[in-house]
Design a protein around this ligand. Structure first.
Ligand SMILES: [Zn+2]
Length: 251
């Protein structure tokens, strides 16, 4: 089975490469079959390294160009070129030079890819509900702007992630989002038992408030929990399952 990439029409293609890989085309087995790109949940390091190499070859970047940081549901953003300690914890990455491939890991959380095609600045982020409500996406926009990007030109793609169809949350989570965002249509959907949160609505709202234009945001990716044949899902499979890694690079 070949590697399949979900790609977004809002991101630039000329001089840029990006993708949100589906789960097929790798060497991991069982519930991690097969393109598991995360090392933290117990898959063999050899499998993960081989999967990362296969992905790089398929996507067209050097395997050694991958820049990946440990995600902790935080909001810190690292710029390629800044000193990086081993196991440093960043949920966002930005870059203003050709070559490096920024990686953003997720399994239900939202992987986000950013690009300003004029300034040639890219970004990537991992946004679960904590990172989202605390502003990781806005922080990436801010750091890209420091590198010369303009929010009005930045394109943003939200990747496959848990959709409002499946994302049940407790009232304490809903309260945090309402405290930050106010009442936003579609943010909270009443489910059969609990409320469902739409992280895409939250992220779109925050990105637009940071100056990104409405039509530059792709916020309709597939739901990871609904499609077991295509995607890993933490809420469905727990830590026995695999992890996706979105990537973006400039040539
Ligand atoms: Zn779903």
């Amino acid at each position: 089975m070949a590697i399949r990439l979900y790609t977004s029409p809002v991101l630039p293609t000329e001089g840029f490469v990006h993708g949100f890989p589906e789960r097929g085309g790798g060497v991991s087995t069982g519930a991690r079959a097969s393109l598991n790109l995360g090392k933290r949940w117990g898959d063999s390091v050899d499998n993960v390294e081989e999967n990362r190499r296969l992905l790089a070859v398929h996507a067209g970047y050097e395997p050694s160009a991958l820049q990946a940081t440990r995600h902790v549901h935080g909001t810190a953003v690292w710029a390629v070129g800044e000193p990086l300690e081993a196991d440093a914890e960043f949920d966002g990455l930005v870059c203003d030079r050709p070559g490096p491939a920024l990686g953003a890991f997720a399994a239900d959380c939202v992987p986000i890819l950013f690009a300003d095609p004029v300034a040639r600045v890219i970004g990537a982020a991992h946004a679960g509900w904590r990172g989202t409500v605390n502003g990781v996406a806005t922080n990436v926009i801010t750091r890209m702007t420091e590198l010369g990007a303009n929010p009005e030109r930045i394109r943003v793609a939200l990747g496959p992630s848990i959709g409002p169809c499946c994302f049940e949350v407790g009232p304490e989570v809903v309260d945090q989002f309402r405290a930050v965002l106010g009442e936003v249509p579609g943010l909270v959907v009443q489910g059969a038992i609990k409320d469902h949160l739409d992280l895409r609505v939250a992220l779109r709202t925050m990105l637009e408030r940071a100056g990104v234009t409405s039509d530059a945001i792709d916020d309709r990716p597939p739901c990871t929990k609904c499609e077991p044949d295509r995607f890993f899902s933490y809420r469905r499979d727990g830590k026995d399952g695999g992890v996706h890694m979105a990537f973006i690079a400039m040539r």
